[in-house]
Ligand binder design. Sequence first.
Ligand code: ADP
Ligand code: MG
Length: 266
Amino acid sequence: MILPPQGDGTGSTLEGRRVSAWFGDRKVLDRVSLTMPSGQVTALIGPSGCGKSTFLRILNRMHELVPTASLAGEVLLDGEDIYAPGRRLTEARRNIGMVFQKPNPFPAMSIYDNVLAGLKLTGLRKSGGEKDHLVEECLTKAGLWKEVRDRLRQPGGALSGGQQQRLCIARSLAIRPRVLLMDEPCSALDPTSTRRIEETIGELAHEVTIVIVTHNMQQAARVSHQCAFFLAEQGTPGAIVEHGPTPAMFGSPTDPRTADYVAGRF
Ligand code: ADP
Ligand code: MG
């Protein structure tokens, strides 16, 4: 079993309340409410195009970077609305790390500098020794330290795909986020690398709240404490059909559409 016992009290609670989203006139999410509790891994599952990535990006205020995008509802991080007027983007982002489907380290930048690349966001200045310590800590947490400790000055682009993704996880950890958002982090990886990332997720779940989008039902079953099933039926905007503890979602879903989806029937 990869997961730690649920809810050990670390990380932060993230909550979406009646979140709706549009691109231009087109509504793509309809009143999505979901609490992602401290110390847990929440998996967002559902077919392509149902709004999982959009919801994840809204949790990090990335949605508002798309010029045609608009939004209704609230996102609370430990009870505080990250979209509250006057709240700066950097302030919200400082607490929330993000990892994408395609590993995206800065390819020409050294492994060492890649880990530190997000720090500017926090405005924190660190001495050389503190940086060394942070790089080691983040690479260790991402499960990459032993493989790269002797070649920290090599470019990030020289690593394998799975290693690059773990480097991206290390980079996201350098800001010491309270929440880590992952959008299909293993979709571009081979099974062995996928397994390594899943182990890393299991270890990180002790200290950071994790939200992961995945198409892989076995992965959702392995790494999450709770699941939310998104669906966009016949041109309607995406919405949550059902959510709950992962064993219940897989073992005894209440909605027949959830049962079909988790069984791979559509
Ligand atoms: P998922 O991650 O579940 O596959 P997305 O959140 O990416 O779904 O997309 C939800 C819907 O929003 C889709 O219909 C998609 O085409 C649309 N969409 C996503 N991003 C944009 C964008 N930048 N501009 C316009 N439409 C978008
Ligand atoms: Mg997506």
